[in-house]
Design a protein. Structure first.
Length: 615
């Protein structure tokens, strides 16, 4: 069979040599998580699965939709003989959730977290020209706190805004040869005012007498060259200066990308390691109510993108599917997306970079809210839930995502938490600590982008860069009234607006007050529409369904217009791009066919916004 998803998985840090390990692997379901005791590590497994698709998906060939507490993978590969003299690295782009990896019977790595990549060094375990038997165990115990995002982690069925689960390997697995001393992933920081890129290049291994050389290129050829000695510095930094006549900014509508090549050289000038990357020269600044990109006011017309597919679940079935979702968003008049409750694969960000698509990076929801529904999660007070949250793991996994995606120009903001829910109390709670800690950690790792402390509901950082709310009011007149007080300096009360209370029983507020920073309505709309609803089909959306297609279009226009003409709103995010299973409030069906008149949607959104006209 053809190798699925065989494109290079790390497009902003490229080496020529690699081996894709996607395809058919041996597979076993270990429902009691007793496989290690039963010897699964050392024997053939009884089923097959197509990697990188998760076992819950149809494309995996397994299509097992019940809970999976543990699964095992096994594959024997031949390491290319022409890699002799180099280290061999085994990369996993994402394994959900708790992974252990053995090669030739030796444990080579462990990783916790379902959204971020990890690497296993095979030194002393497997050599070029020899075999490598790779075994992976992935655990996902039911009911343990973890960032499930939109996965239904507590209940069997998919319902409301929660969908099918993803367990085990769900992104590309691959091998890569590297020199003993080699380059690690660079951090590329654009400096528009200084017309330069600052490139920090970590080095792995001893590097006495070595140097790093960086070249910047555009369509006309080389722009500049820089070199720095690597002695005594774990992370040499180079400045790539750009002449005025070769300066091209990255932004929506003009996504210019420069090529970046890096070389590690020994004392004699011989090249030891070479990697290729790219970069976009752009700035993000805040100016009163306005978010400026390269000094220009840009109203963020974003769509909520959950990154789910009918046959692959969280894994796109093809490279073309990633590109198509961006094109569908453009066709409806959006200029970007909020990448919701999921760290998207790097290939998506690569296409966002090259197409000029604005995105906010965020993480999967950890569930910081009261449990209301019946079932295993019922009756748990939210503060008790916070005491049991693995705060260290939360910080670790978010830092891994920031490290992976720092250099992508399409990312114009970060948000680590979603819809946290707890009233403000006299004492400091765990939610206060977690929210503030994540905000400070994000700012510490990346001072170049705005950070939203939490999307929706419980804001805890008084001087956060951006303030937001989620508002699913369906009547455009009432919706506009909710936000009218922003003009006089009073923020709309930040809480749910779909019939649930926005304050606690004691009437305590959920958030610190808005203090005048850019205001972002980061979820709204969600208009429920499925005229083809079949008898017995589960269907869900926000508010009352429109009675006709014309009523939908009028409602969409009214809601968008209320925010476009608001003098203090810097952007919005409409829920959502596509239907996802039973949540049928997308602008496209789950199969990506359109539900509405796209040109009419586009015309509503492309009108200049008040913050753009006032700039």
């Amino acid at each position: 069979m053809d190798i699925p998803r065989c494109e290079y998985p790390r497009p902003q840090f490229v080496r020529d040599g690699w081996l894709c390990l996607n395809g058919v692997w041996q597979f076993a379901i270990d429902q009691a998580d007793s496989g290690f005791e039963r010897g699964l590590l050392h024997r053939e497994l009884d089923r097959e699965i197509v990697v990188p698709f998760c076992p819950e998906s149809a494309l995996s060939g397994v299509d097992h939709t019940d809970f999976l507490h543990a699964v095992w993978y096994r594959r024997q590969v031949a390491i290319p003989g022409d890699w002799t003299g180099r280290k061999v690295l085994l990369h996993f782009q994402a394994v959900d959730y708790d992974a252990t990896v053995w090669v030739n019977g030796v444990e080579v790595g462990r990783h916790r977290g379902g959204f971020t990549p990890f690497t296993c060094d095979l030194a002393g375990v497997a050599l070029p020209g020899g075999p490598a038997t790779i075994v992976v165990r992935a655990r996902e115990p039911r009911g343990e706190p973890r960032p499930g995002g939109k996965q239904s982690n507590f209940r069997y069925d998919s319902r409301g805004a929660l969908y099918a689960r993803t367990t085990g390997i769900w992104q590309t697995v691959w091998l890569e040869p590297v020199p003993e001393t080699h380059l690690d992933r660079p951090r590329i920081t654009p400096d528009v005012a200084g017309r330069r890129f600052r490139v920090a290049v970590p080095i792995r291994g001893p590097h006495t007498g070595m140097s790093v050389r960086a070249a910047l290129e555009d369509g006309e050829g080389r722009v500049c060259l820089a070199e720095v000695a690597a002695d005594g510095d774990l992370t040499p930094v180079l400045d790539l200066a750009i002449a005025e006549d070769r300066t091209h900014l990255w932004g929506p509508g003009h996504p210019h990308l420069y090529g970046v090549s890096l070389e590690l050289r020994d004392a004699g000038g011989h090249v030891l390691d070479t990697v290729r990357s790219y970069a976009g020269l752009r700035s993000v600044t805040l100016d009163g109510p306005v978010v400026r990109i390269n000094g220009e006011a840009v109203f963020q017309r974003l769509v909520l993108d959950q990154g789910y597919y009918p046959d692959g679940l969280m894994t796109a079935p093809s490279e073309e599917a990633l590109v198509r979702d961006i094109q569908l968003s453009f066709a409806a008049g959006f200029n970007g997306a909020r990448l919701h409750q999921k760290v998207f694969e790097e290939r998506f960000l690569y296409h966002a970079d090259r197409l000029g698509y604005l995105v906010w990076g965020e993480f999967g929801d950890w569930g910081f809210r009261p449990r209301r529904a019946a079932g295993p999660e019922a009756g748990q007070d939210v503060r008790d839930g916070h005491r049991h949250q693995p705060a260290a793991s939360l910080i670790t996994q978010w830092m891994e995502a920031l490290h992976r995606d720092y250099s992508h120009p399409s990312i114009i903001g970060w948000c680590p938490l979603n819809e946290t829910a707890e009233p403000i109390e006299e004492g400091i709670t765990a939610l206060d600590d977690v929210t503030t800690g994540l905000y400070l950690a994000t700012k510490g790792l990346d001072a170049t982008r705005p950070v939203l402390d939490a999307s929706g509901y419980a804001h805890r950082v008084r001087d956060a860069d951006v303030y937001d709310c989620h508002d699913y009011e369906q009547d455009p007149v009432k919706f506009e009234a909710h936000h009218a007080d922003l003009v006089s300096g009073r923020a709309f009360m930040n809480g749910p607006t779909d019939g649930r209370p926005g304050r606690s029983a004691s009437d305590a507020p959920w958030s610190v007050p808005w203090s005048g920073q850019p205001f972002f309505v980061s979820e709204f709309g969600g208009i429920w529409w499925n005229p083809e609803l079949r008898p017995g089909e589960d269907s869900w959306g926000y508010g009352n369904r429109p009675g006709s297609l014309e009523e939908f279009h009028r409602r969409f226009e009214g809601l968008c217009t209320a925010l476009l003409r608001h003098p203090r709103v810097c952007g919005y995010c409409y829920t959502q791009l596509t239907d996802v299973f039973q949540e049928q409030n997308g602008l496209y069906r789950f199969d990506r066919t359109p539900k509405f008149e796209l040109e009419r949607l586009r015309r509503v959104q492309v009108r200049p916004a008040a913050v753009e006209l006032g700039s």
